[in-house]
Write a protein that binds this ligand. Structure first.
Ligand code: SAM
Ligand code: FES
Length: 348
């Protein structure tokens, strides 16, 4: 099996059956360590010891969608809803800038209150105040024209996880009004417009099969995104998936390692969900090939309302304001946190 990992490092691609046997039949601690060592080497060749920071601003937890896994789905009547004002968002960015953040990620539910006009005003104000910063949007599915308008207003990057590349699986995670076809179209539109684009999945989401994960890897390779966001699925008690098992740390790390070898210069976050299922989840993610962390920069009073899943970490060492805590944690594994936009290598 080590030969398959060598092959992946050399050629950046495997046959579907090869991914399947690696994931399904031969995954053990020894193979994982072999994979992670290669993934770290490839990461070093592309980004050295740098781990890039993004300040995450969760600006609304209203959502018109009803994804079965998500704690802010519209049917969750118990979610305490909030929206940040433009001023609050700009204050978050100013605080983040002072702490050394040079990328801000605006994430939210699909909230009709934030019309295209409002979002454009927010983008323009952030870019006016911080012309040396990158701005990432993560606000769901929009039309080509809307994505284009956001890009022209100054947005640089867009995160839109495809969630699963298997249409049947997609249908078991979402109500029928949402489709994999549209999700994929959005990703191709974003790429065509010129964004740095991120797709991704939840590892261990209900009904996920190895075949579906292999499909995910094939789609990731085909789309060739600048970023890939993967983290474990974690149940939320007020959703239809309340009683489902979480995804595992071990499989998430293994997939991070594979993705690093498939896309050597990809920007790969060690996600909040990974930090939630294990106290050292983020460090382990970095050691498996990730090179981005996205601490929470939202106002402290709303952080515990943006609950996609139970027990989400959002304060303490994980929060954006404790840059020195994070710095110490990253230095303890031989990494550094540059004050940088942290663009994909192809863009610099
Ligand atoms: N509305 C935007 C969108 O659809 O892309 C951004 C917000 S959405 C809540 C961000 C991501 O959270 C989703 O793409 C999904 O993968 C992840 N997520 C939602 N519920 C989750 C859960 N229960 N466990 C882990 N991740 C979850
Ligand atoms: Fe909001 Fe899924 S519940 S996008």
């Amino acid at each position: 099996m080590k030969q398959l990992i060598d092959k992946l490092q050399e050629t950046c691609v495997l046959a579907p059956e090869e991914y399947r046997v690696l994931i399904d039949q031969h995954r053990d601690a020894g193979l994982a360590e072999y994979l992670f060592a290669k993934a770290r080497t490839v990461k070093m060749q592309n980004y050295g010891h740098d781990v890039y920071l993004r300040g995450l601003i969760e600006f609304t937890n209203y959502c018109k969608n009803d994804c079965y896994y998500c704690g802010i789905r519209k049917s969750n009547g118990k979610a305490e809803r909030y929206r940040l004002s433009k001023k609050q968002i700009l204050d978050c960015c100013a605080a983040g800038y002072a702490l050394g953040y040079r990328t801000f990620v605006l994430q939210g539910g699909e909230d009709g209150y934030f019309t295209d006009k409002k979002i454009i005003e927010i983008i323009q104000s952030i870019k006016k105040n911080h012309p040396d910063c990158a701005l990432t949007l993560s606000i769901g599915e929009k039309s080509y024209e809307t994505y284009q308008a956001f890009y022209e207003a100054g947005a640089d990057r867009y995160l839109l996880r495809h969630e699963t590349a298997d249409a049947e699986h997609y249908g078991r995670l979402h109500p029928a009004v949402m489709s994999l076809k549209n999700r994929k179209q959005c990703l191709y539109d974003l790429k065509e417009i010129g964004y740095q684009v991120g797709c991704g999945v939840m590892v261990g989401s209900p009904f996920q099969t190895t075949e579906a994960l292999v499909e995910d890897l094939l789609l990731i390779k085909e789309l060739n995104p600048h970023m890939v966001g993967i983290g474990p699925f974690i149940p939320h008690h007020e959703t239809p998936f309340a009683d489902q098992e979480s995804g595992t740390l071990e499989l998430t790390l293994f997939l991070l390692g594979l993705i690093r070898l498939m896309l050597p210069s990809v920007l790969l976050p060690a996600t909040t969900a990974l930090g939630t299922i294990h106290p050292q989840g983020r460090e382990l993610g970095i050691l498996a090939g990730a090179n981005v962390v996205m601490p929470n920069l939202s106002p402290v009073e709303v952080r515990n309302k943006y609950l996609l899943y139970d027990n989400k970490i959002c304060t303490g060492d994980e929060a954006a304001e404790c840059r020195s805590c994070l710095q110490k944690r990253m230095e303890s594994i031989g990494c550094q946190l540059p004050v940088s936009r942290g663009d994909h290598r192809s863009m610099v």
